[in-house]
Ligand binder design. Structure first.
Ligand SMILES: [Zn+2]
Length: 134
């Protein structure tokens, strides 16, 4: 999987930002589906008519809860990364938004490992040539 810097360079910042927000919200939807599974499982536990139903309910509740935790964590982390870069995507010199080339990047391999606080990009404005760190 290409790094965050490679993806921004390939797609351009605006498309990367849009795709990253869509990806983060897909994880939010995943978390919501996990919540529905967990609630359905709790109902199954409450109405169980045998050990098999009880076991199935407990397993589904655990799986649903795990999906909620996973989805919420991914949603938040990816969304924060996009927002963090979005806040710094304007050239400090000419105020042009999202028109830059990536010249260097921190070593975070991709959005899975990147976090808003630990990931940076050194970029160069395509309009005026100013350098700044995102
Ligand atoms: Zn500029």
């Amino acid at each position: 999987m290409p790094s965050t810097a490679e993806r921004i360079q390939k797609f351009g910042f605006k498309r990367w930002y849009e795709r990253t927000l869509i990806e983060s919200h897909a994880y939010l939807v995943t978390a919501f589906l996990g919540m529905i599974l967990a609630f359905a499982a709790i109902e199954l536990i409450g109405e169980h008519s045998g050990a098999t139903h009880l076991l199935l309910g407990v397993v589904a509740a655990v799986v649903g809860t795990a999906i909620v935790g996973f989805g919420i964590q991914r949603y938040y982390r990816i969304w924060m990364l996009a927002e963090s870069f979005g806040d710094r995507a304007t050239c400090p010199q000419c105020r042009t938004y999202a028109a830059f080339n990536v010249t260097a990047a921190s070593s975070a391999p991709d959005e899975d490992a990147a976090t808003a606080g630990s990931t940076w990009l050194k970029v160069k404005c395509r309009k005026c040539g100013a350098d700044w760190t995102m």
